[in-house]
Design a protein around this ligand. Structure first.
Ligand code: PHE
Length: 483
């Protein structure tokens, strides 16, 4: 009974504990809100709070933001619809789902490779995700001890630097985070943590709003808004196109099956378009607010810089917290929320693989969980070392971590997204696709289908071509605009 396994596995997505209903033959979430919360739990994570602000800072602000939003709307949202559509129609783990739908439309069974690539991508992402999430655990321990009280930007930089230099600290917290994730996925945490997260995620949003108000009065809000919204096209580089494009996939958890797996539990009658829009809006708002807050703080303090890289969140926010009354509590709560946001994303990186191993190969859940997380943990050591012993070993100026991030976020996730868009837009029978969207407005159905068929894959292919051409030193834009 594969669905019994799936029922158990979905219950362990702690966001969803105790909220399944099995009235129909296949268990589904009781309301589309539960799905939205679950998908938002996967989407909102380190990508929004940690990564988005620093890549925005490194890539010049507003011009990058425009590009990123363009990718979210024209590629991210349609691909998310396609993933949910596949998951819901097949109602099984990503690999089995693709195989089943390929079968239904009489396509090659090799389409399942797309799901296998997703499992592999999830493994690679989890390996570095856990190390960075470990940073937030370390920051909780510093915050609890009042380590950020009245901290200067300079001292904040030193706290961060000292953490990176200490392999023991990084490995310790990386291990703790991996252990918590594997316990959550392995045990199937029901009501307890499920209810906790229902409170904690909204708390994260409220805290961000509080920080936004703080940064309005205490930070350099004006400079931050200018940096984010005053568009200057000359600041765009090829590199930033690739980064914005990849990040749209990373932040929405697309291209590796996480959202597809969640889609398997979306009630039949929920209109996919509206559901996806909600998730994308929540995700984008969290990233934008995090960006505005962080840059308001950065521009208000000498010694902090927009291009501080991966340390941006960890160096800038403690400076703001340190100056507030009750800094110990505020800083502690904030980093706890960061860690929880990371946990709900890490689970979705692990779950498709575990469910697949369980359903298709009868690997017990615990076996799958332990094996997968042991591999991700070991690979994570490479990321740990990238910030200290191995920082001198670079290839084209990039460390092991930089390469892992680049290969997964900028290549594998968009490739997975392209395969998904082609599968749904070009290979699946049109009637099945339109039927599965479950929108009542026929104009909207056709619009979504046309975007899935013509817009998203074309943009994806176009950007890939331009990026590859750029890598091999062939400036296509210059060639095209030459008269
Ligand atoms: N979307 C998550 C974040 O922004 C990361 C993630 C990527 C999760 C891919 C699942 C799959 O932090």
């Amino acid at each position: 009974m594969p669905f019994l396994g799936r029922l158990k596995s979905v219950q362990c997505w702690f966001l969803l504990g105790g909220i399944m209903s099995s009235v129909s033959s296949h268990p589904t979430w009781r309301s589309r809100w539960v799905f939205i919360m679950a998908a938002a739990g996967s989407a909102v994570g380190l990508g929004n709070l940690w990564k988005f602000p620093y890549i925005l800072g490194e890539n010049g602000g507003a011009a990058f933001l425009v590009l990123y939003l363009f990718c979210i709307v024209l590629v991210g949202i349609p691909v998310m619809m396609a993933e949910i559509l596949i998951g819901r129609r097949a109602r099984s783990n990503p690999i089995a789902a693709v195989t089943r739908l390929a079968n239904e439309s009489q396509l090659s069974k090799h389409w399942s490779l797309m799901g296998i690539m997703g499992v592999f991508t999830g493994l690679l992402i989890l390996s570095f995700y856990s190390v960075i999430a470990g940073w937030s655990l370390h920051y909780i321990s510093v915050a609890v001890q009042g380590g950020f009280t009245s901290i200067s930007p300079d001292e904040s930089g030193k706290v961060f630097g000292a953490m990176l230099a200490s392999k023991g600290t990084l490995i310790g917290w990386h291990s703790v985070f991996m252990l918590i994730s594997l316990l959550v996925v392995g045990f199937g945490v029901e009501k307890g943590l499920g209810n906790a997260v229902k409170v904690l995620m909204p708390l994260l949003f409220f805290m961000l709003i509080g920080l936004l108000i703080y940064s309005f009065f205490e930070g350099n809000f004006h400079a931050s808004m200018a940096f984010l919204f005053e568009f200057d096209i000359s600041e765009l580089t090829w590199n930033s196109v690739g980064v914005a494009f990849g990040h749209a996939f990373f932040t929405l958890s697309l291209g590796m099956g996480a959202i597809m797996a969640y889609g398997a539990y979306l009630p039949e009658k929920a209109p996919i378009g509206r559901v996806v829009l909600s998730v994308a809006i929540i995700d984008t708002l969290v990233a934008l607010v995090a960006g505005i807050v962080i840059f308001s703080i950065v521009f208000a303090h000498e010694g902090l810089s927009a291009s501080d890289g991966p340390g941006l969140l960890f160096q800038s926010l403690p400076v703001a917290f340190g100056g507030m009354p009750g800094s110990t509590v505020i800083a502690t709560v904030f980093f706890v929320l960061v860690a929880i946001a990371a946990l709900s994303s890490a689970i979705s990186l692990m779950e498709p693989a575990v469910a697949w191993l369980n359903e298709s190969f009868n690997v017990p859940r615990w076996g799958g969980v332990l094996g997968f997380s042991a591999l991700a943990w070991a690979l994570g050591l490479g990321t740990v070392l990238s910030f200290n012993d191995w920082s001198k070993y670079t290839l084209y100026d990039k460390t092991f971590f930089d390469w892992l991030d680049l290969i997964t976020t900028n290549i594998l996730l968009p490739l997975g997204g392209l395969a998904i868009a082609i599968f749904v837009g070009w290979r699946m029978k049109e009637a099945y696709v339109k039927d599965s969207l479950n929108q009542d407005n026929p104009v909207l159905i056709n619009l979504i289908w046309l975007i899935l068929r013509y817009v998203s894959p074309v943009i994806l292919l176009g950007i890939f071509t331009l990026l590859i051409a750029n890598v091999v030193g062939f400036d296509l834009i210059a060639l095209m605009t030459k008269d």
